[in-house]
Design a protein around this ligand. Structure first.
Ligand SMILES: [Zn+2]
Length: 112
């Protein structure tokens, strides 16, 4: 029973096996990303942000730059503006679905 518990625990953590070299590379890129956004980010936020950046790079998602002061985001597809709740608590990069037409895109909060 204890054994099963520890397996479940590992599964919940969802850790990914990486080598020490890969870890150093990721840590280096994370520090570059932190410089770019101007603050410490959690690993989860960093990994989701770089995967979103990669997908926008591949043209899978379009990216919209905005500021946290901007109260509304304009959809790239239907041009309808909508607000995002708890804007201050969101990570720098976010995957957004338009509530009007369900178009999916990425917003990036420009820190400058
Ligand atoms: Zn839309």
């Amino acid at each position: 029973m204890d054994r099963k518990k520890s397996i479940d625990k590992n599964r919940n953590q969802g850790s990914i096996g990486i080598t020490a070299k890969e870890k150093r590379t990721l840590e280096h890129r994370k520090s570059l990303y932190e410089k770019y956004v101007g603050g410490k980010v959690h690993w989860g936020n960093f990994l989701s942000a770089i995967s979103l950046l990669g997908l926008t790079e591949l043209g899978i998602f379009e990216i919209v730059k905005t500021t946290r002061e901007g109260p509304a985001i304009e959809c790239l597809n239907c041009n309808k503006a909508f607000s995002i709740a708890n804007i201050d608590e969101l990570p720098a990069m976010n995957y957004i679905t338009c509530p009007n037409c369900e178009y999916k895109f990425v917003i990036f909060f420009d820190m400058n």
